[in-house]
Design a binder for this molecule. Structure first.
Ligand code: ISE
Length: 335
């Protein structure tokens, strides 16, 4: 019988609790073996919900022989320390985005993994497992729409309390940065940020933002992002090629008709919209750990490049200028 992978989860806020729930109930071959959170009361609630133990020391959890793999969903500022400790323990780790909040932190992680010489790090860009994005990528690879020329993206949150406008880029647009690199198999070369009149619901921040990227192949990518769109969590993507277009379907599972009108539900948040993607991401990660192969998720290099591009986006927001994106050479480990 295949080995059960014993996962330790660091951080059980919104996403850590969701990962615990999915791992415990929807993923085969996995067990949530321990959880840690800086808020021990929260850790106890999540541990009880999945029938596991609470550990009050993150480093002990990472080193524990009873833990095979580590999932990091703690505060962004803790990612670097926890990922490096997991690498030092020679264990696979799935880290929620961002890999680290600073480029220097991402670089230290990358260098550490290159020194180990084995890919142990996965980064939680779950959209790569969404059936719609997967179908779009297959179309691009098959040449169905010809060479991609333009990508139109929409990313609207219901009410996302972010500390500063830049977080709309580092926390939200970063998903489009990753998914477009992956869809087009291309790299970004420049970014410009446009700032429309802020919404009355913007809490004093620049919200919405429109980011426009250019790529090595010459494609243009626009991303409209809202922290506080109010009406629903709405993620769209249309890829325009030389001979056709492909886009994510908008339809929910059911559409209702009545009172001379038709309606369908809109997701409430990313857990709702990307539930299947999270499940597939976790199942693939567990299968990869069991088979001792790299997971299909984004790896540390992808996490690093996403931060390179997002940081350029933040500079573009701050200066109003078009900022070049300099992606260094890819280490052979990520070929
Ligand atoms: C949030 O942190 C996420 O990662 C969601 O997937 C994204 O849609 C949202 O905009 C972010 O704030």
């Amino acid at each position: 019988m295949a080995k059960t992978i014993r996962v330790g989860i660091l951080g059980v806020g919104v996403m850590g609790a969701e990962h615990a729930r999915i791992l415990a109930g929807q993923v085969s071959g996995a067990e949530v073996a321990a959880v840690y959170d800086i808020d021990t009361a929260r850790a106890s609630v999540v541990a009880a919900s999945v029938g596991t133990e609470v550990t009050d020391d993150a480093m002990l959890l990472i080193k524990d022989d009873a833990i095979d793999a580590v999932l990091i969903a703690s505060a962004d500022a803790t990612h670097e320390e926890f990922v490096l400790a997991t690498l030092a323990a020679d264990k696979p780790v799935l880290c929620e985005k961002p890999l680290a909040p600073t480029l220097s932190g991402c670089r230290r992680i990358l260098d550490a993994e290159v020194a180990v010489g084995r890919r142990l790090i996965s980064v939680g860009f779950m959209r790569r497992f969404d059936p719609g994005y997967l179908a779009m990528r297959a179309d691009v690879a098959a040449g169905t729409i010809g060479a991609p020329l333009i990508v139109h993206c929409i990313h609207r949150n219901v009410a996302n309390p972010v500390p500063e406008s830049a977080t709309l880029i580092t926390g939200s647009v970063v998903h489009e940065i990753d998914i477009v690199r992956w869809l087009l198999d291309d790299e970004f070369t420049a970014v410009t940020i446009h700032c429309p009149r802020p919404s009355g619901n913007s809490n004093g921040l620049q919200d919405p933002i429109v980011a426009v990227f250019e790529t090595v192949s010459g494609a243009h990518v626009d991303v409209e992002v809202f922290g506080n769109a109010g009406y629903g969590y709405d993620v769209r993507c249309e890829l325009v090629g030389e001979t056709g277009t492909v886009q994510l379907a908008l339809a929910a599972d059911v559409a209702r008709r009545g009172n001379f009108a038709a309606s369908e539900a809109i997701a409430r948040d990313w857990r709702d919209r990307f539930g299947e993607a999270y499940r597939c991401e976790l199942q693939d990660w567990i299968d990869a750990v069991a088979a001792d192969r790299p997971a299909r998720t984004a790896h540390a290099w992808d996490g690093y490049v996403a931060t390179v591009v997002a940081e350029a986006g933040v500079r573009a927001l701050q200066t109003g200028a078009t900022v070049p994106v300099d992606v260094p050479d890819r280490p052979a480990l990520y070929a």
